[in-house]
Ligand binder design. Structure first.
Ligand code: GAP
Length: 447
């Protein structure tokens, strides 16, 4: 495990101070493990989701999207195995009554004596028992056993139950995929590390349906493609690894699985899982509903259950990874440091800061005209207050890749100075070329 440092503390503080992420219901004291994305955070998260959607859906003829309801028929969860088996082992401390996840005791602390692990204080622990992670609620005006529904713990099941609808309506033929982004809920025993593990989170999942004989090939394809997605978006390769699961780690439905792991300040942790789910889900839903969920290949005249390769990623966990990986404190000169987020330009919440050098002599007017022109395509930020160096630094801290300065020369040469965040190099660009300049550098297609 890597040495814990204070990067997380600094990042959490930056996220709060600059409007990326706030604790939920903060004025009421907060709600543990729930988070609100502020104005910059929501832009960053949308950009992460957009980059995934472009990569997984829009640029591929063999993948389509779907958006299913969060509440599903309760039988779905019986069939998928979640009601019986989506459990974590839990223990209680008989003294302080705190609850712990029995399988991760080494990373938990006693709430009364934070220097001790649970059970290493004077408290006696109960035997482990299974705790189901599904959130239960009730649907409709009458609350009884027939009205019980669950908040989905994964987006994947919505895709499986719509397999036939998509095949029939979109004429998709294996190998093909269905992708979904949306909220999932898990009543985790322990939540930890800011937005890394929470009880309400978003997932981006894709189920790729393949002829059984092609499953190994596609598993390798998606495992490697998913790894490359992160590095193409700038994540440091030294902190990213692929780890194949041992057979005793595999979920009940999967034949093989690899995790993409990132080395966070709190250690190597799972970021995304790529699993070969075989035909487990389609088979089970077919049995439970009596519907024929096999695919009929009209060329070979064969009817079969496709096997499924599933890349499954948490949006919040991906967002945290991009933030942690981008965070840097750079020493520029003796005693002069800057905090900078080296976010990939396509992910950065603000694409360019627009700075008139002074607040007079017609420079703000030129700057506002440029702002209006750019805003139709890019999220830009106008700032005329303070010294230009301070304005650059404020944008460095939130990851803005370009700073555009309108100076006295602009009035005569019709050009601006564009400063690049990471190198801090400056170049002169014609006013009427600024939009093209940004197009070539910050659009998601560049990822
Ligand atoms: N359909 C398969 C599935 O849901 P998973 O490994 O349980 O697999 C996939 O979840 C991804 O969802 C994880 O790799 C992680 O990125 C994210 N995730 C899972 N539980 C989470 C939680 N409590 N908080 C935040 N993200 C979570």
């Amino acid at each position: 495990m890597s040495k814990p440092d204070d990067t997380m503390e600094k990042l959490v503080s930056l996220c709060k101070r600059r409007g990326f992420i706030f604790p939920s219901s903060e004025i009421y004291g907060g709600l543990k493990s729930c988070w609100d994305y502020g104005p910059l955070g929501v832009e960053l998260k949308r950009n992460v989701k957009e980059a995934w959607w472009q990569h997984m859906v829009r640029r591929r003829a063999d993948v389509v999207g779907i958006d299913c309801s969060i509440l599903m028929h309760p039988k779905v969860w019986e069939t998928s195995g979640h009601l019986a088996g989506f459990n974590d082992p839990m223990v209680d401390c008989k003294t302080c009554k705190a609850r712990f996840r029995a399988d991760t005791m080494e990373s938990q602390v006693c709430p009364k004596k934070p220097s001790k692990r649970p059970g290493e204080c004077d408290g006696e622990l109960t035997e482990p028992r299974q705790f189901n992670l599904m959130f239960k609620t009730s649907m409709g005006p009458v609350e009884n056993s027939d009205s019980v529904v669950y908040l989905r713990p994964e987006t994947a099941q919505g895709i499986f139950v719509n397999f036939k609808n998509v095949v029939d309506t979109c004429r998709m033929k294996p190998p093909f995929g269905i992708a979904q982004q949306g909220k999932s809920f898990r009543n985790e025993i322990v939540t930890e590390n800011f937005i890394f593990r929470s009880r309400e989170f978003e997932q981006m999942e894709m189920e790729f349906f393949v002829p059984p004989a092609e499953a190994d090939k596609w598993y390798e394809f998606w495992r490697d493609a998913r790894y490359a997605w992160f590095t193409d978006l700038g994540v440091n390769k030294d902190k990213l690894r692929l780890r194949e699961h041992d057979s005793d780690e595999l979920a009940h439905y999967s034949k093989c699985c690899a995790d993409i792991e990132y080395e966070f300040p709190f250690g190597w942790k799972e970021l995304e899982g790529i699993a070969n789910r075989t035909d487990f889900d389609l088979q089970r839903h077919a049995e439970a509903t009596g519907r024929d969920l096999r695919f009929f290949d009209d060329q070979s005249k064969e009817r079969y259950f496709p096997h499924v390769i599933e890349p499954a990623l948490g949006v919040d966990r991906a967002t945290l990874t991009f933030l942690v990986d981008a965070y840097d404190e750079e020493e520029l000169a003796e005693g002069d440091t800057r905090t900078v987020l080296h976010l990939h330009p396509s992910l950065a919440p603000i694409k360019a800061g627009i700075f008139p050098l002074v607040k007079k002599e017609g420079l703000p007017e030129i700057a506002h005209n440029l702002e209006d022109e750019l805003r139709s395509e890019f999220n830009v930020f106008y700032d005329q207050s303070g010294a230009i160096g301070r304005r650059y630094r404020r944008q460095d801290e939130v990851g803005t890749p370009f700073g555009i300065t309108i100076d006295f020369d602009t009035k005569t040469d019709q050009a601006v100075t564009i400063r690049e965040r990471d190198s801090m190099a400056q170049e002169r660009v014609a006013l009427d070329q600024v939009k093209n300049y940004l197009r070539g550098r910050v659009l998601p297609e560049q990822a």
